[in-house]
Design a protein around this ligand. Structure first.
Ligand code: MG
Length: 439
């Protein structure tokens, strides 16, 4: 399985509704920046990271793949993914400038592509290659109904619909207003609407400081918050530990952490209760496994973050024991649609999703990480266009299908040096005018 060439790519996928926002970010597109790795026998592995679809910074990632990693990979055996991970991550010159940021996002894309190749070579889905089982259903939650940009009445209605019509038993709502009292009011309304038996998690996206978080948590505790995700600045171990000591609300974090060492620091400080590794920010599947093993050894549950829109994480969640850990007394509820109508919508959605992925060239019917059905969400919500969705982002199917008919031309600003073994393609979709921007 010798590597013949590396072909980075950039995809910008518009989110429906014009834009989505939390306390820190507002995006109109989701960036899928990654690489295809082709072996001498013609196998193609795909790997990618997730971005905010900012073309200049996306090009830094593809440049790192093309200029830094590709020369180290061509001619190597793709099956030796662990050794190749070390070769890239511990390359002296790259280690000097990297270990986080661009080099790590690029490493994630390469590593996921190598694992995809291994699974395709074996002709099995990734979860099967890892020794997972297909029967258990995965718990998941709906976060697409909880954006900070959604007005309160629509937020409440969306949460109610997710629970009553789509069968979700867990939902997540963004927080982080300048006045935390606004968030308390939104959460009280949601809790009142969905009742006491639905898991209600919240996500601050690192917006608030420690005093604000303490005051907020004191008011939010009666609402039975399942976890408070990223309450503070992402890298601040001490403040997270202080908050964890101060409140009964569990702390969840990890989507912004780049390394095994970062997770180890939070766990060692008792600053984290739910571990949320992301293959697209860690160094891919290889380092995700290390973090999940660390969490398991610490008896902390893992809830993978959806930076890659969950398609890789579904495989990993099916497989790793840390994803199955449950707190004492917690009810076990399965998130797949519970009603027949919701199941029919879910199945139809999965069929569309498979077609979309194959159209986009991000999946294969021959195994690899594209084979597992993503099960975090059911079909399109009633009253809205039923478009395929990945993770919390709804992909514009028609636009993506239209774009896929365009030939992927080499980006003149980002082209390879012409050694014939690697090339760079950039496919950037036009940005639509938001038709219904959310406040
Ligand atoms: Mg989050």
């Amino acid at each position: 399985m010798r590597i013949a060439r590396i072909e980075p790519f950039i995809l910008h996928i518009p989110v429906t509704g014009g834009s989505i926002a939390d306390s820190t970010h507002r995006i109109s597109h989701w960036g899928v920046v990654g690489t295809k790795i082709v072996t001498e026998e013609g196998l193609e592995g795909y790997g990618f990271t997730g971005t905010h679809a900012d073309l200049p910074s996306d090009r830094l990632i593809t440049a790192c793949i093309r200029d830094c990693y590709a020369p180290l990979l061509v001619g190597e055996d793709a099956a030796e993914s662990n050794r190749l991970w070390l070769k890239l991550a511990r390359h002296p010159a790259l280690q000097w400038v990297g270990r986080a940021g661009i080099t790590q996002l690029a490493l994630a894309a390469v590593d996921v592509a190598l694992w995809d190749l291994k699974a395709k070579k074996a002709g099995v889905p990734l979860w099967h290659l890892l020794g997972g089982a297909s029967k258990p259903r995965l718990e998941a939650y709906n976060t697409d109904i909880g954006w900070l940009s959604i007005p309160k009445d629509q937020l409440v209605e969306g949460c109610r619909r997710a629970v009553e019509q789509d069968g979700f038993h867990r939902i997540k709502v963004k927080v982080g207003h300048a006045d935390p009292g606004i968030d308390i009011g939104r959460l009280e309304a949601v809790r009142h609407a969905v009742g006491p038996h639905v898991s209600l998690a919240i996500d601050g996206n690192g917006k608030w400081d420690l005093p604000t978080c303490k005051r907020f948590c004191a008011r939010a505790e009666p609402l039975d918050i399942f976890w408070f995700e990223e309450p503070l600045w992402y890298d601040d171990v001490g403040s997270h530990a202080a908050l964890a000591r101060d409140t009964s609300i569990p702390v969840a974090l990890g989507e912004q952490l780049y390394s095994l060492d970062a997770f180890r620091a939070f766990i060692a400080a008792d600053a984290i209760h739910y571990v949320q590794p992301d293959v697209t920010r860690l160094g891919g599947i290889t380092e995700y496994i290390q973090v999940a093993d660390l969490a398991l050894a610490s008896r902390l549950p893992v809830a993978p973050h959806a930076g890659e829109m969950s398609q890789v994480h579904v495989h990993l969640a099916y497989w790793h024991q840390a994803t199955r850990l449950r707190g004492a007394g917690e009810r076990r509820r399965w998130l797949l649609p519970q009603t027949p109508a919701a199941r029919r919508r879910h199945d139809a959605h999965e069929r569309r999703l498979r077609a979309l992925r194959q159209t986009a060239g991000l999946t294969s019917s021959r195994g690899g990480h594209g084979r597992a059905a993503v099960r975090e969400w059911p079909a399109g919500l009633p009253g809205r266009p039923a478009v395929p969705r990945l993770g919390s982002i709804r992909w514009g199917a028609a636009r993506l299908r239209g774009a896929s008919r365009q030939p992927i031309e080499p980006d003149p600003d980002n082209a390879g040096e012409g050694n014939g073994r690697r090339s760079v393609a950039s496919l950037v979709l036009p940005r639509p005018q938001p038709s219904r921007p959310r406040g």
